[in-house]
Design a protein around this ligand. Structure first.
Ligand code: GLY
Ligand code: MN
Ligand code: MN
Length: 472
């Protein structure tokens, strides 16, 4: 019998079957793999990393498939920094940069592809070709990504010298096996993550193009949801329609779709999406298509399900829009990253005073009070790119306490959330949650709102929703 791991419901394979399975297959054609688009771009990023951290072995894994239960797994999504440096989409692989002369030499350690020369092709339900499809293996990976390859098994031996001398850094938190095998050096390892996050702060032309593609695909998915809204009985339908279009037009969603109707809109990351949608309620949809190249959009629209805002919904919506306009006006090179947030909160605080929700905007805005945050809950911007909350390991001085620079892509997403049980809020506003979220590019002279084509104004949004209600 084969000694490959089996699931509880498998009966295994007798040796005769293994021998039978190992014979009678056509010779694989050995077709060279095509080069990944922009292979030179990935190489240039590796060179930039090499210059930033010279003379040390740098180890960047992509991680493994995550187990859902027992032997079922989630679809694999590469480690962001690994992908940024290689373009490679397969699990398990590890990029190693070894100091050589005045730069580094790069090697991609990956799983060999044994084809049908090894019984695992049908006995290994986690990696076998007949279970999960073929993988590229060493030769094709080298051809496709323009990088030297070695088998994963060689990794430990190849880095042993650097590890013994302490001249290495590992991107932690991605590959638990690698983390366990290589002694941590917390400050040095963290610096590797920081350098990579800060490299990713400025997007190049290709990245901006991919973000535009993801945003256009997200627009199409929002259009589909609006068309489906008259028949959508629950939030599940909204999620399903959005996610279908994401899969069809892009690669996936960049995060779990938030389809929050009525008071659920006041729960910021509502992803249970299991509530019935009421006729005169708002639907807050926060969702983004992730492109094949893994760049993701992050868009929110809050829609009146009936096609008309009630006066209370409209008052809150207009206030959020005004806050967003004030934030857009602060999106320019040389501004503080936090300037759009400050401008939006100023508008929200004064609006909350006008609505009779806080007694004094001036008092609420004091640093030691910040009472408006009871209703606005979050800041208005984060970086966007390969990750929805991109560049998370950047230093504060380069990101949240830094300046906006041309090539940065960020969200602008003010919101107001009046909880159903909040006694400080007049009853007529309770249960209303509104967020409007757009994605912007900082340019040399100002800002380009990449998602400007998606309806946003009160009348525009009402017309958008009503258009789906008019019989064809
Ligand atoms: N969708 C998560 C966020 O807006 O940050
Ligand atoms: Mn966001
Ligand atoms: Mn969002």
């Amino acid at each position: 019998m084969s000694d490959q791991p089996r699931a509880s419901h498998d009966t295994g394979a007798p040796e005769n079957l293994v021998r039978f399975m190992m014979s009678g297959w056509a010779t694989p054609p050995g077709t060279p793999a095509s080069s990944v688009e922009g292979a030179e771009r990935f190489a240039a990023r590796r060179d930039a990393l090499s210059r930033a951290l010279p003379g040390e072995t740098l180890i960047v894994p992509t991680g493994h498939e995550k187990i859902r239960a027992n032997d079922t797994i989630y679809r694999f999504r590469p480690g962001t920094d690994f992908y940024y440096l290689t373009g490679n989409l397969e699990p398990d692989n590890v990029l190693v940069l070894v100091p050589a002369a005045d730069a580094h030499s790069a090697t991609l350690y990956c799983r060999p592809h044994p084809g049908k020369t090894d019984a695992t092709f049908f006995t290994d339900r986690m990696k076998g070709e007949l279970w999960v499809g073929p993988r590229l293996g060493l030769t094709q990976t080298a051809q496709r990504y323009g990088i030297a390859t070695k088998p994963l098994d060689a990794l430990a031996g190849d880095v042993a010298g650097a590890v013994a001398g302490g001249r290495y850094r590992v991107l932690r938190g991605v590959d638990p096996e690698l983390d366990a095998a290589l002694p941590p050096q917390p400050a040095r390892d963290a610096e590797l993550a920081t350098v990579l996050s800060e490299m990713r702060l400025i997007k190049d032309e290709f990245e901006v193009c991919e973000l535009r593609n993801a945003i256009e695909a997200t627009h199409r998915a929002f259009d589909d949801v609006v068309r489906a809204l008259p028949q959508a009985e629950t939030e599940r339908t909204v999620e399903g329609v959005f996610n279908l279009r994401a899969r069809v037009d892009g690669n996936d969603t960049g995060y779990s779709t938030i389809a929050a109707s009525g008071p659920n809109a006041c729960t910021l990351h509502w992803t249970r999406n299991d509530r019935s949608i009421g006729e005169n309620e708002l639907l807050l949809l926060d969702a983004g298509v992730e492109a094949e190249t893994l760049y993701t959009a992050d868009i929110t629209r809050t829609l009146p399900v009936s096609g008309s805002f009630t006066p209370e919904q409209r008052a809150v919506y207009e206030l959020v829009l005004a806050a967003q306009d004030a934030a857009f006006a602060q999106c320019a090179p040389g501004k503080d990253f936090l300037d759009p947030n400050r401008a939006a909160m100023e508008v929200l605080a004064h609006g909350l005073e006008r609505l009779g929700i806080i007694s004094s905007a001036q008092d609420a805005l004091r640093d030691e009070n910040q009472f408006y945050k009871r209703y606005s809950l979050h800041n208005v911007s984060h970086m966007l790119g390969l990750d929805v909350h991109d560049c998370a390991a950047a230093r504060a001085e380069a990101y949240k306490l830094g300046e906006l620079r041309p090539g940065m892509v960020l969200t602008v997403e003010p919101g107001l959330y009046f909880q159903l049980d909040d006694l400080t809020v007049p009853a007529r506003y309770r249960g209303i949650g509104v967020r409007v979220e757009d994605d912007v590019l900082i340019t040399e002279t100002g800002v380009d709102v990449l998602s400007a084509a998606i309806p946003r104004g009160v009348e525009e949004v009402e017309a958008w929703v009503r258009s789906a209600r008019i019989p064809a």
